[in-house]
Write a protein that binds this ligand. Structure first.
Ligand SMILES: [Cu+2]
Length: 155
């Protein structure tokens, strides 16, 4: 069974870069049935992965390694604060949406990022290997037109 477990853990790790949390539950549960018939359950939370094999706890690993840049963001009607983020190429970025009022998203078109903001949660992404300015904004209703946008500067 080990190889299957290793494989599934590898898949989780691969997926860690583009983690999208279930807003309601804050935890994603995956059930994997191996060819030998055992069931592996994985619960992927904000920074832990718990793997249960046939009901027995097998492994617990920490995801969400410390990022190169940690940003605390406040969002609301209709702003992001700070509205200018400066990072270096290729850095891993953790944005914690520490305070949020209303329903909003964090979107960067060029990086295929669309995150539904949940207060207190952290969104991880990796900065592109290309310097430039990238607009981030909220794509709900007319929020962007009302000023809910900012600039990510990659140096
Ligand atoms: Cu919004």
């Amino acid at each position: 069974m080990k190889p299957f477990l290793m494989l599934s853990l590898a898949l989780v790790l691969l997926g860690a870069g583009c983690t999208q949390q279930d807003d309601a539950l804050d935890v994603t549960t995956l059930d994997i049935t191996t060819s030998s018939g055992s069931v592996i359950t994985q619960q992927v939370g904000t920074n832990t992965t718990t793997t249960t094999e046939d009901g027995i706890l097998v492994t617990e690993i920490m995801l969400g390694e410390p990022a190169d840049v940690e940003i605390e963001m406040e969002s609301g009607n209709f702003f992001f604060s700070p509205s200018e983020l400066v990072i270096n190429q290729g850095e891993t970025v953790a944005i914690t949406f520490a305070k949020n009022a209303g329903t909003h998203t964090f979107v960067i078109d060029e990086l295929d990022i669309r995150y539904e903001i949940a207060e207190g949660e952290t969104y991880y992404f990796t900065a592109p290997d290309k310097a430039g300015s990238y607009a981030f904004y909220c794509d709900i209703g007319s929020h962007r037109q009302f000023g809910m946008e900012g600039t990510l500067i990659v140096e």
